[in-house]
Design a protein around this ligand. Structure first.
Ligand code: EPZ
Length: 421
């Protein structure tokens, strides 16, 4: 099993190219089930989660092929399969995104109910509510959700839940409604850029979707969708992580292909903390200030502060001059990084869904254990700033969402190595 060894203290400097967005690529790849002909995607990152989905799509009769130019070619070869098996779904929750496309195109779907998750309780009741609103029969049998519908019909659907909108729930309903009879109106839809990107892709395939990027979606169903050539948006979570890498190491990074307009809430917080973030054409320049100030932040659905940058911000603010308060409003239990960061000398106190971050002058290198994708990114950031050496184990978590992060960091001056046990 791989682990990282990081010798902290280097100030990062130079350029990093931001890759395509994992959370846009996954639903867009799943949407290929809806299409006739070939779909060619550019900017799909090389990640473990992408490979998992390619395996699942292969089981569902979709051929997936990477070309030398790194484009991903997808084509439905066999539409007889409808079962997304437990063995694949348990490895990656985003597999649930095949539910809407299977139901819309093949009139039935059998998808394993996702199990437990390290970041907290993650039901799919809103996904199922959306499918049954469109006319599907929904049954839970032996851990699998069985969905069936001879015809999907447009409907008015309120998709808000106890923690606000649902990202992949919105994606599933949008994909199913794209081929339904009539018009669907979704209220309290997720507004994330990844959802808008999925809608743009579907419209490029011939769908009729309006309002994407806002809480109200209008989807006029069409007869068929035809594969197309499409480029995935840059990964705002990767860009945000590198902005914080620059700040925590007192460095300066140029993020090529970074989209600042997708990170306004994050930029707002970083500037409040004294970090400089400026746009320079299609590049974002992030540079540490003279002093890192504390902040009070609560995660929210987009355009609020993203939960996927909560752990990284906690690592950064553990070095601020004063006390910060971070509240997790999307996944209230998403705090497995707290104990690990405290092992590195941070002073974090958890109270329910809030963590009080008492800033310290120096973090200390230590062996730490990654538990989930974004928590592992936080430990890497802490290791970059720490005095001495940090060993981050189970980095397979980070490979799920960051393409060659150690190579990108080493290229801008970090002393980081990937080793195998
Ligand atoms: C997406 O997950 C992302 N994953 C997550 O990123 C991200 O953390 C999350 O959105 C929130 O931004 C992908 O896009 C593949 P939700 P998703 O449904 O869609 C509750 C990463 O690190 N809820 O928007 O699964 C749920 O429990 C990953 O890249 C219901 O109650 O999240 C949560 O509290 C981790 N019922 C809230 O809504 C439902 O049916 C938001 O979840 C669905 C969700």
């Amino acid at each position: 099993m791989d682990y990282f060894l990081i010798d902290g203290g280097a100030k990062l400097a130079g350029s990093v190219t931001i890759g395509g967005a994992k959370n846009a690529a996954l639903p867009i790849m799943a949407a290929s089930i809806l299409t006739e002909g070939e779909t060619v995607l550019h900017g799909v990152p090389e990640l473990a989660d992408v490979n998992h989905l390619m395996q699942l799509l292969g089981q569902l009769g979709v051929s997936c092929r990477r070309e030398a130019d790194d484009s991903l070619h997808l084509r439905v070869e066999d539409d007889s399969q409808c079962h997304a098996e437990y063995d694949l779904v348990r490895k990656m929750r985003a597999s649930v995104c095949v539910m809407g496309p299977l139901l819309a195109r093949r009139r039935q779907a059998q998808v394993s109910m996702p199990g437990g998750c390290t970041i907290g309780y993650r039901p799919i009741d809103l996904h199922l509510k959306g499918m049954s609103s469109l006319g599907a029969e929904v049954q839970l049998i032996g851990g699998d959700v069985h969905l069936r519908a001879d015809t999907l019909r447009g409907a008015e659907i309120f998709l808000g839940g106890p923690f606000g909108s649902t990202v992949t729930g919105t994606a599933n309903v949008m994909m199913a409604a794209a081929l339904a009879k009539g018009t669907t109106v979704v209220e309290s839809a997720a507004c994330e850029p990844e959802i808008a990107d999925l809608a743009e892709f579907l419209n490029a395939c011939g769908a009729r979707i309006r309002g994407h990027g806002s809480p109200k979606l209008v989807i006029e169903g069409v007869e068929r969708l035809k594969g197309c050539r499409y480029t995935i948006i840059p990964d705002r979570i990767e860009a945000g992580t590198f902005m914080m890498a620059a700040a925590i190491t007192d460095g300066e990074l140029r993020l090529v292909n970074g989209r600042m307009d997708h990170l306004l809430a994050v930029v707002e917080v970083l500037r409040h903390c004294g970090v400089s973030v400026e746009r320079d054409g299609d590049t974002v320049v992030a540079a540490a200030g003279r002093k890192l100030m504390p902040a009070t932040v609560a995660t929210q659905p987009y355009p609020g502060y993203p939960t996927d940058l909560q752990a990284q911000l906690m690592a950064l603010l553990s070095r601020a001059a004063g006390n910060s308060v971070i509240t997790e409003k999307i996944f209230p239990d998403r705090f497995l990084h707290v104990a690990e960061l405290n092992r590195m000398g941070a002073r974090l106190r958890k109270e329910g869904a809030t963590v009080i971050v008492e800033g310290v002058a120096q973090l200390i290198g230590a062996p730490v254990m990654a538990s989930d994708l974004r928590a592992s990114a936080a430990m890497v950031l802490a290791g970059l700033a720490a005095k001495g050496q940090t060993r981050v184990s189970r980095v397979y978590h980070i490979d799920r969402g960051y393409e060659q992060i150690e190579a990108k960091l080493a290229a801008v001056g970090a002393a980081i190595r990937r080793l195998s046990e």
